[in-house]
Structures are given as structure tokens and as C-alpha cells.
Write a protein that binds this ligand. Structure first.
Ligand SMILES: [Fe+2]
Length: 183
């Protein structure tokens, strides 16, 4: 459900260029959830993880999280690479859905879904650190869970590279080809 890339990445000269999409709620203290923004950044060092012939499938956005995120699948995408910029100590928890899982969709979701806890069984999980990069299969339900020793308020930032029209298995093969994941 995830693979850590075997090298680290420094993200510099990052500029937000607009709002892409957000999932969350407006509270009296402001927005709580996950926001994606369009960005301008030095893409070349990040694109190196993908063989040249597939780089036109990659799109970049900035992900910002300030709240725990319930189990969900992403809309219209299977493989993403997150380049983490913060030591926020949040756990990315994957789940196996039960066969009888009931899901709900929230605003802005297309084929993605939110899962009720009782239909989920915990699977793999990881805690990413600043400069690490992970390939994630976001077609499996996953949640973001804060830990007690993390920053308060929560502030998590990552560059999210979507691999459009790319299956998990294809993504694995691509990163093996460039040498960024080991067997
Ligand atoms: Fe997600």
C-alpha cells in the first residue's frame, strides 16, 4: 500500500499559485482538514524518480493538513508520490475495507469515498519525516492520525505528485526503473 523512496528530497523555491481543492469543514477557528494548492516549484529533481517517457503523467500540488483526516480513498487516482516537508508525526494508516463496507461521499469527491470505522480493518501504516518521499496507493482506504508528540496545532505540508492514468503496479515498475525504490 506504500513504498518509501530510497533517497531524500529538499523542496525549495515553492510558490502557491492558486487553490485546487479542499476537503474538510469550516469551524469557528477556521478551516479544518486538507487543502491542495497549485504550485510553482523546481520540478526537475522530483521528476527524476519517473522515467522520462512517463513524465507527462505527473502533476504537482501542495498538500496542507491541519486536522486528523478520516479514512477515505482519493478521487480518480491510484498512485501518488508525496514529498514530505514537515516533521508533523502524523501516521498514515491504511485499512482493508470489509466486503460489506458502506461508504459516503462528501462535497468535491467523485469516485473517492469516506469509510465508517466499523467497516475497516487496520493494515499497513507509516510515519513520514521531513525530506522523505513515499509512493502511496490511494485507492486503498487511508487516514491521517495525529500522535500526542506531534505539533499543536497540526501543520503538515507535502508536495503531492499525482501519477495520472497509472496503476500501482505500473508505478512500482517506474520507480524500480529509475532506481528510487528497492525490491
Ligand atoms: Fe488521501
Amino acid at each position: 500500500m506504500y513504498k518509501r523512496l530510497n533517497r531524500e528530497f529538499e523542496i525549495d523555491s515553492l510558490t502557491k499559485t492558486g487553490k485546487k481543492i479542499e476537503y474538510g469543514i469550516d469551524t469557528p477557528m477556521g478551516f479544518a482538514g486538507i487543502k491542495y494548492s497549485y504550485v510553482r516549484l523546481k520540478e526537475d529533481p522530483l521528476l527524476k524518480v519517473i522515467p522520462a517517457k512517463y513524465r507527462d503523467r505527473c502533476t504537482f500540488s501542495l498538500m496542507e493538513v491541519n486536522h486528523k483526516i478520516p479514512a477515505h480513498t482519493d478521487s480518480g487516482i491510484e498512485a501518488i508520490i508525496n514529498f514530505y516537508m514537515t516533521d508533523d508525526r502524523m501516521i498514515t494508516q491504511f485499512y482493508h475495507p470489509r466486503d460489506d463496507a458502506e461508504t459516503v461521499q462528501i462535497a468535491n469527491q467523485t469516485d473517492g469515498a469516506i469509510f465508517h470505522d466499523k467497516y475497516l480493518k487496520k493494515s499497513d501504516r507509516f510515519m513520514a519525516h521531513s525530506k522523505q518521499a513515499y509512493l502511496l496507493n490511494v485507492s486503498h482506504p487511508h487516514a491521517l492520525v495525529p500522535t500526542p508528540d506531534g505539533p499543536k496545532p497540526i501543520r503538515r505540508r507535502a508536495i503531492c505528485m499525482q501519477l495520472l492514468d497509472t496503476s500501482w503496479d505500473e508505478a512500482i515498475d517506474m520507480l524500480k526503473e529509475t532506481g528510487y525504490i528497492d525490491d
